[in-house]
Design a protein around this ligand. Sequence first.
Ligand code: RB5
Length: 147
Amino acid sequence: MIIVMASDHAGFELKELLAERARESGHEVVDLGPTSEDPVDYPDFAHHLARRIEEGQAERGVLICGTGVGMAIAANRHPGVRAALCHDAFTAELARRHNNANVLCMGGRTTGPGVAVQMLDIFLATPFDGGRHGRRVEKIDQEVRKH
Ligand code: RB5
């Protein structure tokens, strides 16, 4: 899969780790920055990544800031982007199976590297269940299309 990744300064270290992990797992990673821990504004990176997903240039995305909250809020402004803020393996799995989430958000200041790698692996490997969940996800997108 083509995976886009981005962070702010607070998520930089975890982004580097997860990019390496995803590449080792055989995925093509497009790193949208930043390239250092110098302070940046997370919405710039969230919108850049979300546009890539919206335009179909990547199948999945990973966004990391201090808590993951700001990244998730910004990314979810984009039609077709379903960004899930996750803190554990179960949430990451259900975000895929039930919500067909295409962007995994997490916090560099809230999530340790072990859990982060576990969530990434699950998020990339777990398919969407479809069925009744497909109908529900479609209802999310119907509301977005009205505006
Ligand atoms: C930056 O200090 C911090 O506000 C940011 O990384 C993020 O946690 C915002 O949601």
